[in-house]
Design a protein around this ligand. Structure first.
Ligand SMILES: [Mg+2]
Length: 386
């Protein structure tokens, strides 16, 4: 089976839906076509669509030169072929994110070609009972809901994020990440307090402050005060390019530190773990360099006693790839999930409805061949962006 065409298209909610309220900004997707009619799908989060369209296309395009006409073989082999060819261009940034999306689409194709779900080809289910509940840990994956608000700081933020958590808990979700971004240290702690006061002690709670702090003493004080609210991880207290403050905070803080949403390649994840003392790494299945690279990150994390919780503040096209990684990974108790039920985005909702269903706060490990996300043409046409 050979690659015959690299197709790109752009979808989004359109200008009348506010991205700050969960709307999806124009986002490129790609499909790899083959001479046997099978296609592989991926989205390309946080790369300007024009960059994707300019580099993924015909036989003279940047990635077209490397992939068109190639035989579909193990995705790791194709990944290495592309990576080796890019050694003199740019081994980070957009180039790796696009390689990652192509890799996810290749896994989708490879699974369909072998008539197997991708998780089985990644290594089969290696999950254990510690990952969620003992009864379902080998059959289900647990999403945690990320709760952003339209406003930051103070009462309006507390009310909106806690209300969204209540709505989602009522729908059966069992893990939540509050996001007191652009807020004072006092507000960070207060939001955690309000969450526990309203939702009780049962749900898993994570805190993401979105690179809020510039000094160690403030972050340390906040982490110490948060500890009484049973926080599963504390995400991105500092800017990401210097691991030293992470390492110093990790040495003093009882809450595991998390980062990695923008990490590209296993090398950046090694840095986070070995120099930053981070024990929860959060690769996006495309951004990090694809499922091929994510699997390597799982292996590196396992050897260091860290866990891998795939990040995804995007759609369930990307989320489907996270489910396959989590189904395989022995160290993935949760995957991130942007719940369409509480955000004003018609496209997010439609893409979630077409994805793997969440029932009783869990996603059953899928058995369709490939990644198994079916994107109807009708949705592509209705939400097409120029
Ligand atoms: Mg984050």
């Amino acid at each position: 089976m050979k690659i015959t065409r690299l197709e790109t298209f752009v979808i989004g909610d359109g200008p009348e839906i506010d991205p700050d309220q969960g709307g999806i900004e124009p986002m490129a997707c790609l499909r790899i076509h083959t001479d046997e009619g099978l296609t592989g799908l991926a989205e390309v989060f946080r790369v300007p669509p024009g960059v994707v369209q300019a580099t993924v296309g015909g036989p003279q395009s940047h990635f077209g030169k490397l992939l068109l006409g190639r035989e579909i073989t193990h995705p790791e082999q194709l990944w290495q072929h592309v990576w080796d060819a890019l050694i003199h261009t740019n081994r980070r940034g957009w180039q790796v994110i696009i390689l990652g999306a192509l890799d996810v689409a290749l896994w989708d194709l490879y699974g369909q070609m072998l008539n197997q779900p991708v998780w089985r080809l990644l290594g089969g289910v290696q999950r254990g009972p510690f990952q969620s509940s003992a009864e379902t840990s080998t059959t289900h994956v647990v999403p945690y809901c990320t709760l952003v608000s339209d406003v930051w700081g103070g009462e309006p933020m507390f009310r909106q994020q806690v209300a969204r958590a209540e709505t989602l808990a009522g729908l059966g979700y069992r893990a939540f990440k509050i996001e007191p971004m652009m807020s004072s240290p006092r507000d960070v702690v207060e939001l955690a307090r309000r969450f526990r006061k309203t939702l009780g002690s049962a749900p898993t709670l994570m805190v993401d402050v979105g690179y809020l702090f510039h000094d160690l003493p403030t972050a340390e004080r906040v982490a110490r005060e948060l500890a009484e609210f049973d926080i599963y991880f504390f995400e991105t207290p500092f800017a990401v390019d210097s691991p030293e403050p992470y390492a110093k905070l990790a040495a003093k803080c009882d809450i595991p530190l998390a980062m990695g949403e923008h990490g590209v390649t296993r090398w950046e994840f090694l840095d986070m773990m070995d120099r930053g003392g981070v024990t929860v790494v959060q690769p996006y299945m495309t951004t990090c360099g694809g499922l091929t690279e994510a699997k390597r990150i799982v292996e590196l994390a396992r050897a260091r006693g860290a866990v891998v919780c795939p990040g995804n503040w995007s759609t369930q096209i990307l989320g489907a790839a996270s489910v396959h990684l989590a189904a395989y990974s022995p160290i993935t108790p949760f995957i991130e999930f942007a719940p369409a039920e509480v955000f004003a985005s018609p496209l997010r909702l439609e893409l979630q409805r077409n994805g793997f269903p969440v029932e009783n706060g869990q996603i059953a490990i899928p058995d369709r061949p490939g990644i198994g996300y079916v994107l109807p043409d009708e949705i592509v046409q209705r939400y097409a962006m120029a």
